[in-house]
Design a protein around this ligand. Structure first.
Ligand SMILES: [Zn+2]
Length: 194
């Protein structure tokens, strides 16, 4: 007979029918010790009773109710995407209209800011600060691309406004391009669906 009674976790091993290393000596103890045999029987009664209980499924709204009280960190880009999704119209045609309108607004805003930048001394001063931080290589690359895409008049506007004007132009151009691509994609998808 072993020198000690079984521990609760050893009783659990026997209830679960484990057959690992060391279980044989536990079984041998049970055969020789009335106390531990009784505890094992009690544990089996409890486990059988638990297994006989009906399986209850939680309310389907439980997860929503719990998550409503959990502060979830939403990254900025996900929040922005959700906002855009929420404000997007449902129908494909309305979405294209919204994208076109948004793109036009962005382009107009860019032109307005360029005009402001050409006029306001304070803005030109800020442009000087920004231009100090931009590398010369990037600036010359922007000039070449601008000349190729938009012609000498746009280059003259950039010369008048500094790097701020160049940044605004590039930003506006990128925004317009992305808007156009998204709009075309919507049109294609809508056409395929129809
Ligand atoms: Zn014992």
């Amino acid at each position: 007979m072993n020198h000690r009674h079984l521990l609760p976790n050893e009783i659990d091993l026997l209830v679960d029918g484990e057959a690992g290393f060391g279980v044989a000596s536990l079984r041998a103890h049970i055969l020789e010790c009335r106390d531990c045999e009784t505890r094992l029987c009690d544990a089996r009664v409890v486990v059988d009773a638990l297994e006989g209980l009906p399986h209850l499924a939680p309310d389907s709204r439980l997860a929503d109710r719990v998550m409503a009280q959990v502060p979830v960190f939403v990254p900025a880009h996900v929040a922005a995407r959700d906002t855009v999704t929420r404000w997007m119209p449902r129908s494909a045609a309305a979405r294209v209209a919204a994208i076109v309108a948004g793109t036009s607004a962005a382009a107009s805003l860019t032109l307005a800011m360029l005009w402001l930048a050409m006029r306001g001394d304070a803005v030109v001063f800020m442009g000087g600060i920004v231009s100090d931080r931009l590398s010369a290589g990037f600036a010359s690359g922007v000039r070449e691309v601008t000349l190729a895409l938009l012609g000498p008049s746009a280059l003259a506007a950039i010369d008048a406004t500094g790097a701020l004007g160049a940044s605004l132009l590039v930003f506006g151009f990128a925004l317009t391009a992305v808007g156009t691509v998204l709009g075309l994609r919507r049109l294609t998808l809508a056409g395929r669906r129809a």
